[in-house]
Every structure is written in structure tokens, then in C-alpha cells.
Write a protein that binds this ligand. Structure first.
Ligand SMILES: NC(=O)c1ccc[n+]([C@@H]2O[C@H](COP(=O)([O-])OP(=O)(O)OC[C@H]3O[C@@H](n4cnc5c(N)ncnc54)[C@H](O)[C@@H]3O)[C@@H](O)[C@H]2O)c1
Length: 266
């Protein structure tokens, strides 16, 4: 985006999980559109210097989203520096899962703590600014696995289903203050998280089957999720709130049973 021409010029965005994958792509897109971006993540990212260069005032905070106090302190610093918080994207998250009898209580708690409680704490950190401004766009990141079950997905699916409903609750509770809340439910997106789970060759067959369940017959790219986040962050979505938007190449449109192939359509 040309200097001064961005659609998010003058906006201040907080993005969790900003060091990698979907969070990084959202931070990069917002910066290109003129926003000041505060990134929050456990890990630093070498690529962040690019964002700080293209969007002066942008900053990176090494914070665990399970730590409510540290998350609130980072957000307060951003608000002190820039006077407002307009956009939140909660992309910090981890994979997890397995049938219940195979999951330890500790693993269950870790996934809920990061994916669901981390989302709650991040939202809680930005709400005071948004409530005072009487404006804001909260964009949570759940998953197609927050909309429907998946074999062996219990821990992860439960956390993401929680994120979907938490988001709808936010839309109900804060809509009258002109704060919008929407949830993006990505299909399978080619990120380090995805590769850590599906990259293993023991999953070769499953990976192909899963790819094929995306009706576009491919996995998504982080930038394609960032495009949806940009829409939800911008005024183009000014009447959109309380929605769970699947950005999934048709994954949740229905089940592929092979008729398209049989009819020779592909
Ligand atoms: N990649 C996919 O296929 C896919 C599909 C659906 C939903 N999602 C969701 O999208 C989000 C981003 O995933 P991704 O694929 O970009 O993964 P990723 O691993 O590339 O990025 C996730 C980031 O979150 C950070 N993070 C993890 N725990 C944290 C914590 N406690 N505090 C702060 N930061 C923490 C990690 O350090 C990492 O940088 C996750 O919530 C994930 O569940 C991903």
C-alpha cells in the first residue's frame, strides 16, 4: 500500500500469535493497509522488522497469552502510546487432540488455556479501550474444527467450539457500544503449525484425503486468512457482527463422495 493511502490508516491493531503463520500474515496485511500493529507472541520473529519499517510505531511484545496481567500490560502500553485500540486478532493457538481416553488432563488444560482462555484474556485486555471509544472490531481465530467435530480432535475442537460461541457472546454483549466481534474459521492452512501436524509422512494418505475435502482441492495460504481478517477489520464489514466465517476452500460446504469425479467434471 502506498504511504498514507491504506484503508486502515490511523487504526491501531493488536494481533496475538503474530510471530508466525496466520497471525503474522494478518499483522503484515494490516501494516500494509496503514495500521499501527502491536504483535504479541511467545516467540520473537526476525520478520517483524519489516512490519516495524512499513508501519512506524508498530511493536512486538514477548508475552504468553495465558498470562492475563502481562497481556493487559502490553495492551496498556500500546494504548498509552497511540491513544486507542481499534482491532484485535487472536491468532495465538496450539494444536492438540486425541480420543479422550488417550489425553492427559495436563494436555487438555494446556490446549484450553492457550486457545480458549488465551482468547478470553486477550479480549479482556482490549475491551476497556474499545468500550471507552465505543468502537472496535474483535476478530477471533477458531477453525472449521470449531464448527464440526473431527476424528481424534476432542481437545482442539472443544477449545475452538468455545472460541466460536465466546465470539457470538461478545457480539451480543458489546454490539450496543458499536464493538463488533466475528470469528474466522480457517480450513487447513499451510503454516508451521499445520506442517508440524500434517508434515509427517505417516499422514501422507490422510493429508491427501483432507486436501480433497477442501472443494478447491488445495490447502489455504495464511494471506487468504489475512484477507478475511482485513475485511472484518475494515469498515467494509461495518454491519457484520456475531458471525463465524468459514474461510475454508469449501471444506464445510458438504462431504465429497466422488460424484463429481464420476460425472467427469474434474
Ligand atoms: N494452520 C491451520 O491449518 C489452522 C486451521 C484452523 C485454525 N488455525 C488456528 O489459527 C491460529 C494460528 O495458527 P497457525 O497455523 O498460524 O500456527 P503457527 O504455529 O504458525 O502460529 C501460532 C503462533 O501462536 C504462538 N503461540 C502459541 N502459544 C502461545 C501463547 N501461549 N502465547 C502467545 N503466543 C502463543 C506461537 O508461538 C506461534 O507463533 C491458531 O489458533 C490455530 O489453531 C490454524
Amino acid at each position: 500500500m502506498v504511504d498514507g493511502m491504506g484503508r486502515l490508516q490511523g487504526r491501531v491493531a493488536v494481533v496475538t500469535g503474530a510471530a508466525s503463520g496466520i497471525g503474522f500474515a494478518c499483522a503484515q496485511r494490516f501494516a500494509e493497509e496503514g495500521a499501527v500493529v502491536a504483535g504479541i507472541d511467545l516467540n520473537t520473529s526476525g520478520e517483524w522488522s519489516g512490519i516495524e519499517k512499513s508501519a512506524p510505531g508498530s511493536q512486538f511484545f514477548v508475552v504468553d497469552v495465558r498470562d492475563g496481567e502481562a497481556t493487559r500490560a502490553a495492551v496498556a502500553e500500546v494504548r498509552d502510546a497511540h491513544g486507542r485500540i481499534d482491532i484485535l486478532v487472536t491468532a495465538a493457538g496450539v494444536a492438540g487432540g486425541g480420543p479422550v481416553h488417550m489425553i492427559s488432563e495436563e494436555d487438555w488444560r494446556t490446549v484450553q488455556d492457550i486457545n480458549l482462555t488465551g482468547t478470553f484474556l486477550s479480549v479482556k485486555a482490549v475491551l476497556p479501550a474499545m468500550m471507552e471509544q465505543r468502537s472496535g472490531s474483535i476478530i477471533t481465530v477458531a477453525s472449521v474444527e470449531g464448527l464440526e467435530a473431527a476424528e481424534g480432535g476432542s481437545t482442539y475442537n472443544a477449545s475452538k467450539g468455545g472460541v466460536v460461541l465466546l465470539t457470538k457472546n461478545l457480539a451480543m454483549d458489546y454490539g450496543r457500544l458499536s464493538i463488533r466481534a466475528n470469528c474466522i474459521c480457517p480450513g487447513f492452512i499451510d503454516t508451521p503449525l499445520f506442517r508440524s501436524v500434517m508434515g509427517n509422512e505417516v499422514f501422507d494418505e490422510e493429508r491427501e484425503r483432507i486436501r480433497h475435502q477442501h472443494k478447491l482441492d488445495r490447502f489455504g495460504q495464511p494471506e487468504e486468512i489475512a484477507g478475511a481478517a482485513f475485511f472484518l477489520a475494515s469498515d467494509d464489514s461495518s454491519f457484520v457482527t456475531g458471525q463465524a466465517l468459514a474461510v475454508d476452500g469449501g471444506f464445510t460446504a458438504g462431504h465429497s463422495v466422488g460424484v463429481v469425479e464420476k460425472l467427469g467434471l474434474v
